[in-house]
Design a protein around this ligand. Sequence first.
Ligand SMILES: CC(C)(COP(=O)(O)OP(=O)(O)OC[C@H]1O[C@@H](n2cnc3c(N)ncnc32)[C@H](O)[C@@H]1OP(=O)(O)O)[C@@H](O)C(=O)NCCC(=O)NCCS
Length: 188
Amino acid sequence: MLRFPGQGHRRPDDVVIGPLDLAARVDEALAVQAVAFGLDPDEIAVRRQIVLRHMTSPGARALGATLRGRLVGFVYGMPNDRAHWWSTVVEPYLHREGNEGWLDDSFVITELHVHPDHQNRGIGRRLITTITDSAEQPRSILSAIDIDSPARGLYRSLGYQDLARRVLFPSAPKPYAVMGAPLPLRRR
Ligand SMILES: CC(C)(COP(=O)(O)OP(=O)(O)OC[C@H]1O[C@@H](n2cnc3c(N)ncnc32)[C@H](O)[C@@H]1OP(=O)(O)O)[C@@H](O)C(=O)NCCC(=O)NCCS
């Protein structure tokens, strides 16, 4: 056990989940995303502009997972806006499945990433449940690469169901699944 001044005993791997000023810490966050999800320098530069623009959207919020001040994971999202690029891409796919209504009154999870050294310890679950617990919307939507992955397993266990599959985003080679869940997310 390590003793931290004023904090009594804590496990050395204690990870704190809390509000994140993502615009200020965008480079740290993208470094986590780059190693968790796989981004090359060109993609990081593009994502950087997108993240900074997203954080100016009404209701956009981010949470970080920090270990002794160092960012090891983050999540961000915002109320869905049908005028946003993501929504316009997924809309015809949801429409085809009769699920287009999910685009209204939904909190979108835009990104969720945990550094590989800290995965599979419940941090991703804590990040997404904490951010959606404070959403004003009654449901949440997101997109994930359409494969059996830890991300898809996590989302299913939280109550997210497939709203559309094989969704193609321009410039992304792999198809995505769009998923939606009622809020609050399911607990184990
Ligand atoms: C998806 C991700 C954020 C999950 O974060 P995490 O902190 O590892 O997740 P948790 O420890 O909270 O695990 C929650 C669930 O995920 C699933 N999971 C996590 N790691 C897994 C693994 N290696 N293999 C299979 N399932 C796994 C399990 O269902 C787990 O449930 P359990 O707690 O009942 O075992 C993380 O794996 C990640 O950053 N992946 C790469 C980036 C990515 O794909 N992001 C999502 C983009 S849509």
